[in-house]
Design a protein around this ligand. Structure first.
Ligand SMILES: Cc1cc2nc3c(=O)[nH]c(=O)nc-3n(C[C@H](O)[C@H](O)[C@H](O)COP(=O)(O)O)c2cc1C
Length: 283
């Protein structure tokens, strides 16, 4: 997710977010924006990065984003969703899609109107996180909204919300008949969830959770990639929270987390993992 304003102004931090990994076969850019003219300019500028797909964010509930009339604020003005998508589509041949929440708050659930507005604007796909903006991440995702949306939409519908395991994904498919699912919190410290889900959906038995060794070695690999991107100091700080995610559910994970939040170098992390995997000398 990048700010369309940031793209138009060549903001350095915004451009940094467009980094594409060598192994990323498909590359989608989601913008947050409040008006069609800025959206069009941003898409025009983004074309040099050759995204396979552009997405419009109508779900973000971060106050700074909402204050600019972007993200979930667009749910209150569905006609703007149509206009922004039309403006984006005029600048690209690539598919333009949209990510919605169920509505602004409990008294204004309007995902069907918003999805209709998106279809009118030419959206090629609609993703729904079936919570309201005021819910943030609280309460449960409203799976029934997804089912109803799927019945009304003429374009593919992707479901998001409370997906923490392959079984959750299977249940979402079954309950809503949606065309795809999108992991979020469930993938933090758990990139194995994608392969495990594909396997389950193809009829295999549910996979055993990844071992502590695999999780921690993957965390180190992520750390090394992050160092390449932003240098050792910043990467080590950024990775603290990810080490916490990776160690969730591992026996002895609490001690590991307590030490990871003080790690300042790749060496600190490597020593930590090495010692953890040879528990005798840990702590
Ligand atoms: C760390 C984090 C980053 C997210 N970033 C985005 C984003 O850039 N764009 C977006 O549309 N949603 C974003 N989301 C929202 C998720 O796509 C998703 O709709 C929401 O977290 C609900 O799914 P979950 O309950 O399975 O986490 C983010 C969520 C998390 C936790």
């Amino acid at each position: 997710m990048v700010s369309a304003e940031g793209i138009v102004r060549d903001n350095e931090k915004t451009l940094e977010l467009l980094h594409r990994g060598d192994n990323e076969k498909l590359f989608a850019v989601q913008i947050f924006v409040s008006d069609p003219a800025t959206a069009a300019k941003a898409v025009r500028k983004l074309t040099v990065h050759r995204p396979d797909l552009f997405d419009l964010n109508c779900g973000c509930s971060v106050p700074k984003v909402l204050k600019g009339g972007c993200g979930a604020a667009l749910l209150r003005v569905p006609y703007k969703i149509t206009a922004i998508l039309q403006a984006m589509r005029e600048e690209t041949e690539r598919p333009v899609t949209v990510k919605l929440r169920s509505g602004w708050d409990q008294n204004s659930i309007n995902y069907l109107d918003c999805a209709g507005a998106a279809e009118q604007g030419g959206a090629a796909m609609v993703c729904l996180h079936p919570r309201t903006r005021s819910q943030g991440f609280s309460g449960r995702a409203r799976l029934d909204d997804l089912r109803v949306l799927k019945m009304h939409c003429t374009v593919p519908v992707i479901g998001s919300g409370d997906l923490f395991s392959p079984v959750d994904a299977l249940k979402m498919f079954q309950a809503s008949n949606c065309d795809g699912i999108m992991y979020a919190r469930g993938a933090l410290g758990n990139p194995f969830i994608f392969t495990a889900t594909k396997k389950l959906l193809r009829g295999a038995r549910e996979a055993a959770p990844a071992s502590a060794r695999l999780r921690l070695e993957t965390a180190l690999q992520q750390l090394r990639h992050t160092v390449e991107l932003m240098g050792e100091q910043r990467a080590c700080k950024e990775m603290r929270k990810h080490f916490c995610y990776y160690s969730k559910g591992i026996t002895g994970g609490a001690e590991l987390r307590a030490l990871a939040v003080r790690a300042r170098s790749i060496e600190d992390y490597e020593n930590l993992v090495e010692r953890f995997l040879h528990q005798d000398s840990f702590t």
